[in-house]
Each structure stands twice: as structure tokens, then as C-alpha cells.
Write a protein that binds this ligand. Structure first.
Ligand code: DNO
Length: 389
């Protein structure tokens, strides 16, 4: 597998030289400063590519070209924004960047309640606590209809939890939950978040899925022409939050998406951590079933807790049998090689990492610590090497 590493661009405190030292050969990145629905111009793409190549690395995957909220709801400027998206696909292809990861999560991207959950080893991990989430959703945000989305015992536990939180605990929880949403141009506080939720009040999961499929029918032909592989990232976590529709959460959703627009250009990002947070998903089974459509793999593990909470485990610990997942992906690569495909190699990246050793106290994007990921990559590389032998 191609060993890649997510890099957030020149402002990332984890530098390209560190990526080389971690042993990755290739970078996953985006033009984060242009990621609001506008066209990514060719010259900006080539400029970024040159920076990566001058560090002795390649740029193999874009994560992500974001899908604007207007496109998800098919309102406002959505037609223009879809044309822009197609143009960005074409411009990326000109630079030889032909794998694009994206997601179709309403308003939010990945969501955690705790970004510094203490682990047994003294470092920290990302965690999603369902009681904290409920406390915010029902008692702080006071979302209309929220009570009906949580069982009574959880709401009772949430009341007690909220009573024990200090003001700064609560402020941190709020930032974790709504401070990282991608659409920062119009969501900046509790009130604007509520307004954004309102837009989705009448959008059912079925309607939302139709919007995704319409988007795919529009962009996939352009991707096909350019030899680009679109790889949808699943919902993280893979269950509804804030009453928002969730449509990429399990094997059935993935199968429906592939069937809606059958094409090598319409594929998946196998994020073992996102899918893995649901009891419904058997990751080794999904890796085998969807092998031909997996264009990109995020390898990380989660430990699920009895009440629906979960935390990010070490890459080889947690509930997913990572050796079985890697074995399935290596088999898929062998199948592609036997079929004479030039693009047989599946890019993988160690997804997230604990904050350990020198990571502790450093400013990084949550989950994207250097040493924690380096450890994850080293462990995953060991599995790959052993299985290949
Ligand atoms: C979190 C990431 C996600 C992912 C996007 C893909 O760490 O896995 O933010 O990049 O959802 O579009």
C-alpha cells in the first residue's frame, strides 16, 4: 500500500521533513485556504505540488475538496458550485492528482466531545462521550426535538453531568462540538449553529441521499473523463447527531451510493475508525466486499463503550481487527495487479494518533499529532511487511 500522511499545508506544525522521517512517501492535503466552494486554480495546485515535491514527497490524494452546504441542500448557488467542483476536479487532474476524498455530512465534519481524553499510558486521545453530547444537545443548545432523540436515562445522566461541569468545561465542550464545523463563514456561535440546523429541519435522510446522488451524477462524468477517483468519507460518528440526516454510515449506505452511479470514479474511503464506531459495521468484511471500490484507506481503531460513547484506541488495539483489514486490502491490491492495472496501489494513511511523547502540549490539528501517527504508521507498516512475506 502507498504510505501517505495528512499534511495541513505550510501552517502545519508537523512539517514535510517530519513526514519523510516518519517513512511516508506521499502526502494527503488540500488547498485549505481556498476550500469554500470556489474553483481551485491550476497555478495554486501546481504551486502546492512543487512545495511537496521539493521535500522529496508526492501529492497523491486530496482530502478534501469540500462540498458546499448549498450543494448538500440544493439551494442557493448550488449549480454554480457544482460547476466549480467539476473545474477543480479537472484542474487537479492536470497536476496528476487523481484521488479525491470528500464527505457529505450535513454542517458538521467529524465530531468529538473531548480532544484530550487521558489514556492509560499518560498521553491523550480523541473521545466521543454520548452523555456529554446529550447534555449539550438537549440542555445547552436546547435544539427543538432533541429530547426525542435521546433515551430518558441518558438525559437524566446528562443533567447530572452538566451540573458537575465548570464554565470552562462547558465552553470547551461547546468549542469541540460546534467550533470545528467547516462552514465557518456562516457558523461562528450557538445562534448561527441553530440557524444552520434549521435549514435541515425538513430534509429527510432520503431527500438528503437524493441530493448526494444528484451531485454524483453531475460530477462523476467529469471525474471519469479526467481519470479521477472520488472517494467518499463516511459520517463520523456513523449515526445521526443534532437531528441531522446521516447517509454514509454503514455497508448498506455504501452499497446504495455505489449502485446510484456505478463507475470506477465513484468510490469509497475506507475509514476504519469512522465506520468502526458503529456495532453494525464489520470492517474486515467491508474491506473485502467493497475492495474494488476502495480508493483510499484511513486506518485507525476505536474502542466502543457500552453506552454508545467511544474513544480512539491505538491503531492495533480497539474493536477492529486491523490485521484482517490490511490483509483484505493487500488481497485487493494483488487482484488489481493480476488484472494489469497500473493503479493497483491503494493509498493508506495512519489516521489520527494519540498525543504522546513530544506531542503533548503541542499545537496540532486534533488527532494529527506527529509522534502518535508515526507510531501508528510504524505499526501498520509492520503488519503490511509481515503479511507480504
Ligand atoms: C478527520 C478526517 C475528516 C475527513 C473529512 C473528509 O480527521 O478524517 O475530517 O478529512 O471528513 O472529507
Amino acid at each position: 500500500m502507498k504510505q501517505t500522511w495528512r499534511w495541513f499545508g505550510p501552517d502545519d506544525s508537523v512539517q514535510l521533513s517530519h513526514v519523510r522521517q516518519a517513512g511516508a512517501t506521499s502526502v494527503v492535503t488540500a488547498l485549505h485556504h481556498l476550500n469554500d466552494g470556489r474553483i481551485w486554480p491550476e497555478d495554486e495546485i501546481f504551486k502546492r505540488k512543487a512545495v511537496i515535491e521539493s521535500a522529496g514527497l508526492t501529492w497523491s490524494v486530496v482530502e478534501s475538496v469540500i462540498v458546499h452546504e448549498d450543494v448538500k441542500t440544493r439551494t442557493g448557488r448550488f449549480r454554480q458550485l457544482i460547476d466549480n467542483y467539476k473545474m477543480s476536479i479537472r484542474n487537479l487532474a492536470k497536476a496528476g492528482i487523481t484521488t479525491i476524498c470528500y464527505n457529505f455530512m450535513a454542517i458538521t465534519d467529524w465530531t468529538r466531545t473531548d480532544l484530550t481524553y487521558p489514556m492509560w499510558h499518560g498521553g491523550t486521545a480523541l473521545r466521543f462521550d454520548i452523555v456529554d453530547f446529550c447534555a449539550y444537545d438537549v440542555l445547552v443548545l436546547k435544539r427543538a426535538g432533541a429530547e426525542a432523540d435521546h433515551p430518558a436515562e441518558r438525559i437524566a445522566a446528562a443533567r447530572a453531568r452538566l451540573a458537575s461541569m465548570s464554565e470552562s468545561d462547558l465552553a470547551r465542550l461547546e468549542t469541540n462540538l460546534i467550533g470545528w464545523v467547516p462552514a465557518r463563514e456562516f457558523i461562528h456561535d450557538r445562534e448561527s449553529f441553530r440557524r444552520a440546523l434549521d435549514i435541515y429541519r425538513d430534509v429527510s435522510a432520503e431527500g438528503f441521499r437524493e441530493n448526494l446522488f444528484s451531485f454524483l451524477r453531475e460530477i462523476v462524468p467529469a471525474a471519469e473523463e479526467e481519470g479521477v477517483r472520488m472517494a467518499i468519507h463516511p459520517d463520523d460518528p456513523p449515526f445521526p447527531l443534532f437531528g441531522l440526516p446521516r447517509i454514509v454510515k454503514d455497508a448498506d449506505d455504501a452499497a446504495a451510493l455505489l449502485a446510484a452511479c456505478p463507475s470506477l470514479s465513484n468510490g469509497l474511503t475506507l475509514c476504519t475508525g469512522s465506520y468502526g464506531a458503529s456495532h453494525r459495521n464489520d470492517l474486515p468484511e467491508m474491506a473485502r466486499r467493497f475492495g474494488p471500490d476502495i480508493h483510499f484507506a484511513h486506518l485507525r481503531n476505536v474502542a466502543k463503550e457500552p453506552d454508545g460513547s467511544f474513544h480512539e484506541a491505538e491503531h492495533l488495539e480497539g474493536d477492529t481487527d486491523m490485521v484482517a483489514v490490511v490483509a483484505a486490502l493487500l488481497d485487493e491490491e494483488a487482484r488489481r495487479r493480476a488484472a494489469g492495472r497500473a493503479d493497483w496501489e491503494i493509498p493508506m494513511r495512519p489516521d489520527h494518533g494519540h498525543a504522546i511523547v513530544d506531542d503533548i502540549g503541542k499545537q496540532v490539528n486534533p488527532g494529527y499529532s506527529c509522534i502518535g501517527r508515526l507510531k501508528g504508521l510504524a505499526e501498520l507498516r509492520g503488519i503490511m511487511r509481515a503479511l507480504e512475506r
